[in-house]
Ligand binder design. Structure first.
Ligand SMILES: Cc1cc2nc3c(=O)[nH]c(=O)nc-3n(C[C@H](O)[C@H](O)[C@H](O)COP(=O)(O)OP(=O)(O)OC[C@H]3O[C@@H](n4cnc5c(N)ncnc54)[C@H](O)[C@@H]3O)c2cc1C
Length: 318
């Protein structure tokens, strides 16, 4: 059974849900669990993690850790690794996780696997599972050497809900950073905040071209008084800004009604919308995975159904 070190994350002063998902994964493996948490003024959060299954929490509380920096955080996490000698290091597959995990792997000359959603023991070794080819296949991998580093897909595992008392220990590590934090820019208030929307109509690559968001999707969005969302390829192609993106690297939403139009339902998209109260999927491929989470679905051409639906809703509303 591996000894696991969890790299916890704080966002907006609170423990990220993904950290408790790492706790569930680590505890499921049955070995010792220790955590490291970095930031400034984090005593309360470290206490919380230790009481929510994080085991012994090494709290690196330092003014220089108030803002994330790849080399500053990596230098402190390395000290925790050297102190604890874990077999496995779990990091969230979040923007800072993507950044710091390969840096650690290079510094430690350790094997790394990213974006996994399952880890199990098999024949005295660990087997890591991740999606391949946009979710069309699952691949199982072994990682050579010790320690092994894995980044874990947020939302793929249920967060640990136990309340086991652990402990908090100060990690007196000063970050060694060659970068200087200047400012944090966040999206302007009143922007496209999908997290508060009651109805979201999201479009995917199935819409074909950017003009169709205006011509085909928008009439339905307006008829329903909804907000428009999108899948990642739409944003990557520059058809809509990033704040429209729903999913693991976009916004996580929970509206009363979510309508997915021309979206296949890759795990990274589902993570962002599967907890919506009611999901309608419109996709011409009856085998598209989006139908697995949909409460209602139409396996038809969106270009026929969506304009008709927009008209019908507008007529019903008078
Ligand atoms: C680290 C990482 C993070 C990611 N984060 C996100 C994320 O946050 N959000 C996200 O969405 N994705 C994310 N992805 C990408 C994700 O894996 C998928 O590639 C993406 O969700 C697919 O988008 P899509 O469904 O629009 O496109 P596709 O998978 O290409 O699906 C298009 C769908 O449209 C249907 N269609 C085509 N024409 C029509 C028609 N005329 N009528 C009806 N249906 C039609 C097709 O049948 C198909 O199912 C991420 C990937 C990685 C690796």
């Amino acid at each position: 059974m591996p000894k696991t070190l969890i790299v916890g994350e704080i966002q907006g002063g609170s423990l990220r849900e993904s950290t408790l998902e790492l706790v569930a994964l680590a505890r499921g493996l049955g070995g010792d669990v220790v955590s490291v948490l970095l930031g400034s003024g984090i005593g309360g959060t470290a206490e919380e993690l230790s009481n929510k299954g994080g085991g012994k929490v090494l709290a690196a509380d330092h003014a220089g850790l108030e803002q994330y920096s790849a080399d500053g955080y990596a230098s402190v996490i390395r000290q925790a690794i050297e102190q604890e000698s874990p077999d496995l290091i779990l990091i969230g597959n979040t923007p800072s996780g993507w950044d710091v995990a390969p840096k650690l792997a290079a510094a430690l000359d350790a094997g790394i696997i990213t974006d996994v959603f399952k880890i199990e023991e098999a024949g005295g070794d660990l087997l890591f599972t991740r999606r391949l080819f946009n979710g069309k296949f699952d691949g199982q991998f072994r990682v050579a050497g010790t320690p092994k580093i894995a980044t874990v897909q947020p939302g793929a595992i249920n967060a640990y809900e136990g309340s086991d008392a652990g402990s908090v220990e100060a990690l007196s590590a000063a970050p060694e950073s060659r970068t200087k934090f200047l400012e944090l820019r966040t999206a302007a208030a009143g922007g496209h905040d999908l997290t508060k929307a009651e109805i979201i109509v999201s479009g995917g690559r199935g819409l074909g071209k950017p003009e169709n968001f205006e011509a085909v999707l928008k009439p339905l969005v307006e008829a329903l008084g909804a907000q428009m969302g999108a899948s990642r390829p739409v944003v990557d192609a520059g058809w809509l800004p990033h704040e429209y993106q729903v999913g693991s690297s976009g916004q996580v939403v929970q509206p009363k009604l979510y309508i997915a139009v021309g979206i296949s339902g890759a795990i990274q998209h589902l993570v962002g919308m599967k907890n919506s109260n009611f999901i309608i999927a419109i996709n011409k491929d009856p085998d598209a995975p989006i139908f697995e989470v949909a409460d209602m679905g139409a396996a038809v051409d969106l270009f026929e159904l969506v304009p008709a639906l927009a008209k019908a809703v507008a007529a019903a509303k008078g």
